[in-house]
Design a protein around this ligand. Sequence first.
Ligand code: HAX
Length: 466
Amino acid sequence: MLGVQALVVDKKINSRSRPFICNKMFQTAVRRRVATLKQRFAETLPEIRERLTKVKKEQGSKVIGTVTIEQLIGGMRGVTGLLTETSRLDAYKGIKFRGLSLPECQVRLPSAKREPLPEAIFYLLLTGEVPSNEQVEELRNDLIERARGLPEHTKTIINDLPKDMHPMTQLSIGVLSLQTGSHFAKAYSRGIKKNDYWEYAYEDAMDLVARIPEIAARIYRNKYKDGQIAEVDPNLDMGANFSRQLGWEDIDFWELMRLYLTIHCDHEGGNVSAHATHLVGSALSDPFYSYSAGLNGLAGPLHGLANQECLRFLLSCQEKVGENPSEEEVEHFVKEVLESGQVVPGYGHAVLRVTDPRFVCQMDFAKRVMPEDKLCKVVRKMYRVVPRVLKEQGKTKNPYPNVDAHSGALLMHFGMKEFDFYTALFGVSRALGCMASYVWDRALLLPIERPGSVTIENLEEFAQKQ
Ligand code: HAX
């Protein structure tokens, strides 16, 4: 929980007050006392650069794994080939952000109520340190200032896009339109030292993280509502501001948004959105080019788009067998989906081999905040049925639910029914992890990425020689 100066606990607030209210004197004190996130990053950098140089020099020739022909053909599953500082995914324990599991983040990171503040998780991803309330407050102020600088041309571009364009296409365009303000691109063309790349990358990354919520909210308001959008409130955190700009004043929804922004923010380096951002960035394309590419990957149905597919799947189950289906009816429905050759959305994972802890966090939230919600009850029935059915089918390496199996039902509960928008929410969250990693990539002076490739003929020849 944040300190009393910074927070009015939500039990005491009425509908006009906010669960994250900062006292002006406290803010001023924060500005005087606390090192900025950038300063803190700069302080930690020399030691980390030294460790990387040492491990490269002393251990550089050691073998970390091998690549089989099956892995080469099979999307490089299980091939460790990336350096990502921000998080690590364990097949059996799930995601750890800088060594902290999701439940640990919920306990240890500053919060407005219960769920971590998005600013706090971003601080953790960037520095590896659990921030104090004051550090989060300093970062929050910085992001608010930057959010207010959303360029006019970005607003115009979004307003002019066809309303029937998918939100992810719009989000990618919106992020790309920020590129005109890239500090990194300008500094690079002026000529800067490699050691200083990260400073400009940092400025861009912060601008992107600060501005992407309003871009997404504008897309939502234009496409589905009246096009009007609330101003950023300087007294609120990112989760609350984003919710308000989307049109939600319900503080339970603000908490859901904080949870949502936390659980989707990062999933180590190899997932499509993080990897695409990293790859494009390795060519020294600036953060806007890079994350726009990451968003294009997130838009795929096997990655981020699975959350909208999942909701469609849950609703069609209800449509077919009623709002409150029995487990037998759910089982029958799932088997029909599989027999028709489709995958069960929200189930399976390329790395995880257990129930995704991000699913568990959402299920806990649903049980606490909306215990009687019918759709959430269907989600829980699916959880009891689908793993067994997928195990019987025998193909899927991981028959358990992933993050996308629950998120749509939670959003539906609060009246966000436009499920083709859901992946855009994911995109706002994933910006936190991808941008933290982008800054590290430049800070650690990582080179352009350029793996080798072979032809089928090469593979055949290689196999014969072996
Ligand atoms: N339903 C039915 N079949 C499934 C399945 C599911 N949920 N998950 C995997 N399978 C099948 C695969 O299609 C594959 O079949 P073929 O051999 O016929 O091609 C087989 O089981 C083996 O696949 P796998 O090794 O277990 O899984 P992959 O690593 O290849 O793929 C996916 C991982 C997440 C893409 C996969 O499980 C899937 O398609 N799931 C449904 C879509 C989904 O929920 N995606 C979101 C993932 C989380 C995420 O990135 N969110 O952004």
